[in-house]
Design a protein around this ligand. Sequence first.
Ligand SMILES: NC(=O)c1ccc[n+]([C@@H]2O[C@H](COP(=O)([O-])OP(=O)(O)OC[C@H]3O[C@@H](n4cnc5c(N)ncnc54)[C@H](O)[C@@H]3O)[C@@H](O)[C@H]2O)c1
Length: 292
Amino acid sequence: MIENILVVGCGAMGSQIAMVGALAGYRATAYDLDPAALDRAAAALRARLDRDVARGRRTRSDVDAAFDRLGFTTDLDTAAATADVVIEAAAEDLDVKRQVFARLDAIAPAHAILATNSSAIVSSQLAGATTRPDRVCNLHFFNPALVMRCVEVVGGPHTSPATVDAVVDLARRLGKEPVVLRREIPGFVANRILNAVRDEAIFLLEEGVASVEAIDTACRAALGYPMGPFELMDLTGVDIGYHAKLARYAASNDPRDLPSRTVTELVARGDLGRKTGAGFYNYDDRGDRHVH
Ligand SMILES: NC(=O)c1ccc[n+]([C@@H]2O[C@H](COP(=O)([O-])OP(=O)(O)OC[C@H]3O[C@@H](n4cnc5c(N)ncnc54)[C@H](O)[C@@H]3O)[C@@H](O)[C@H]2O)c1
């Protein structure tokens, strides 16, 4: 039975994943190498949940009880010793993750499941760093983890069905909607579909078929998307998608995975979206969007 959740890496994702666990009634510990990351996470979570209480979305007593169940630490040995499941949300770097998995394997109880929140690294690249490949899998949350309901659960050939079942059950108890993949594929399901839509949107733009605004409007008004692909790229950062494409190309060597001409030009100009005041759209000082 899962009682204690350890989250390794307390950045944008790990901090909220730990909070999701504590809110669902688990004892959750967030570990990070960097004490400043833990301080930032604790302050950001407090502010966010205080806002939820002020808006009537949660009760003060639920939030206080969740914080009582949530710990922050730089002491991995102690935190891992009682973990029933570990969710790794450290840097997106294969070597870092392999080192983390090898260390966790040495110190976590034999029954503990080791899951990675990686957006792109499948767990078969990590399982070999452990002596418990049957208890290694992907558990992929979406940003912001406190809000987004979907999680993707991906077992590899090494993962036991019991591990997948336990992680699916955990996801449901966390209030999430698990999507189980039948086999591993980099990028999983949701982000692959998002990327395909992005690629088509850029194709239509580069072919001169329609403007940025027209394509975004079609996605919102015809397909019911909350945001068009160009608006979304400007929000998340044009450079993030650019680097994701380069990483995919490095793995596949398939020229179709290279970043598009338009995105490459925007990154070269430093027009990275909302954060720089320009991307596919321009943004004024108030953050209002204007067509180029
Ligand atoms: N940001 C997203 O939108 C998103 C969405 C889904 C999944 N992910 C995945 O989640 C993981 C974390 O992403 P993030 O955006 O939270 O990153 P982040 O940079 O905000 O946080 C990473 C944290 O990990 C810590 N860290 C680095 N190496 C460590 C180690 N060896 N041991 C312990 N802590 C370590 C860093 O100090 C940092 O606090 C990545 O694998 C990423 O692919 C990110």
